[in-house]
Design a protein around this ligand. Structure first.
Ligand code: MLT
Length: 436
């Protein structure tokens, strides 16, 4: 008979092997966050799908990441700057934390081109490494005591940065909302513009137009309503115009400052990412008008200019955007650069229309697209994550589940139009087959 020999390993963990914990307590606000940030979570699901089906030709239309090369008139600007750094005359170290003068002026001129009434001044423009980073820096400036409202659905960085800052209560499983954040429902029923008559006052209102994820761009009248709502309530609007270059319909403002009175109530954040394919280069900006005032803060308790605190944030926690990226930004805003960017945006617009045509041809209802690089597809009564999983499993296409942008996105899936043409055409065919 065979005897089994059992080897018993006796392991005594040395002190070094045992988990060592510091005496620092975790920030409890971080424990409130749900799962991971949306896009890394989608990346994980994509990786798991590829691991399971290594031969699948997966097309990624999930995260809105640009795919086409940056026009060389723009990269030439960066190349020249980079080469200059190798010369005595061309070398520069730290720049101004607020951005280089010529770029701040060029951005101001962009606003004057949009409309002669925006009133933006170069010193109100703060150049940065991107709109998302500025959202976090604005949250740092507002602190933990403010109340916020967001469009529902909305870009997840507003909500998650608010949670991290401690502006919210706990996540409520039944409503899928954080307590203390007001979610302004935006759906086809209200033309994706919140019902302000039932919206409570909050200190800060995050508003993105053209919207990520729904693709809806607010009209002049809607934004006039929003500005007067903020004015009545003494709120500050943080207006995200990162997708404004995609607006084709002239009845939609490209900047909140096209609305009279907005300078007193609104900060605008924007970015070169979706304009020029700068998602990797990193360059954005924030405008804080001089007229925007806190209720108090002066030595005698009088109103205090917000711009002074934002300047303080930028000089304390930022050392200015990369000088090479800023040279790229300046090239984007030259006449030739602008034309090249418009061509690039035109390419993505064609992608949108290929996707929309395909989806509509099989009877699906789509929104967005017209003024944004995102198509918001309606699957009434279905779970967004289920539809996401079906499209991934059966068509090898990565999308973004609408509910990842807030409970108001349930029943929708966002499809990004950033992709190489052959992938968009292939995705359109696969979607037609899947839903046809
Ligand atoms: C998105 O997919 O929503 C974008 O990548 C957001 C972003 O610009 O960070």
């Amino acid at each position: 008979s065979s005897k089994k020999t059992q080897v018993v390993r006796c392991s005594v963990k040395t002190q070094e092997e045992q988990i060592y914990a510091t005496q620092v307590k975790r920030n409890p606000n971080f424990a409130k966050l749900q799962a991971g940030y949306l896009f890394p979570e989608i990346g994980r699901r994509r990786a798991a799908h590829i691991a399971k089906h290594p031969d699948a030709k997966v097309i990624s239309l999930g995260i809105g990441d640009t795919t086409e090369p940056i026009p060389s008139v723009i990269t030439d600007g960066m190349k020249n700057k980079a080469h200059g750094l190798s010369t005595l005359e061309g070398y520069s170290g730290y720049g101004a934390e607020q951005g280089e003068g010529p770029l701040r002026t060029a951005i101001q001129q962009l606003y004057s081109k949009i409309s002669p009434h925006t009133g933006v001044k170069p010193n109100e423009v703060f150049v940065s490494d991107g709109a998302k980073c500025d959202i976090a820096r604005l949250q740092m400036m507002f602190g933990s005591d403010v109340t916020i409202a967001v469009q529902d659905p909305s870009y997840p960085a507003y909500v998650d940065s608010s949670v991290m800052m401690g502006q919210t209560g706990l996540y409520q499983t039944h409503s899928q909302q954080y307590s203390k954040i007001h979610y302004m429902k935006c759906s086809p029923e209200n033309d994706f513009f919140p019902d302000l008559s039932s919206t409570p006052r909050t200190d800060i209102i995050f508003f993105c137009s053209p919207n990520n994820p729904t693709g809806a761009a607010a009209t002049f009248q809607q934004l006039e309503e929003l500005v007067s709502f903020a004015k009545r309530n003494g709120s500050i609007i943080v207006y995200d115009s990162a997708y404004s270059i995609y607006i084709t319909d002239d009845s939609r403002p490209k900047s909140i400052y096209e609305i009279p009175g907005a300078r007193k109530v609104a900060i605008e954040i924007s970015s070169f990412s979706k304009f020029a394919g700068f998602t990797g280069v990193r360059l954005g900006w924030t405008v804080v008008p001089e007229e925007l005032m806190y209720a108090d803060g002066s030595p005698l308790g009088e109103p205090f200019p917000v711009i002074k605190d934002f300047n303080r944030v930028m000089t304390t926690s930022f050392n200015g955007a990369s000088n090479i990226a800023q040279a790229g930004g300046l090239a984007c805003l030259s006449e030739e650069g602008w034309k090249a960017m418009e061509d690039l945006v035109g390419f993505y617009r064609e992608n949108v229309s290929i996707l929309v045509t395909a989806l509509k041809s099989v009877g699906l209802t789509t929104y967005g697209g017209e003024n944004a690089p995102y198509v918001w597809v309606h699957f009434p009564g279905q779970s967004s994550w289920d539809v996401f999983a079906k499209i991934l499993e059966e068509a090898n296409i990565v999308t973004t589940p609408g509910s990842g942008f807030g409970p108001g996105g349930e029943g929708f899936v966002r499809i990004s139009a950033f992709g190489h043409r052959e992938n968009i055409l292939e995705a359109a065919e696969r979607l037609k087959k899947l839903f046809g």
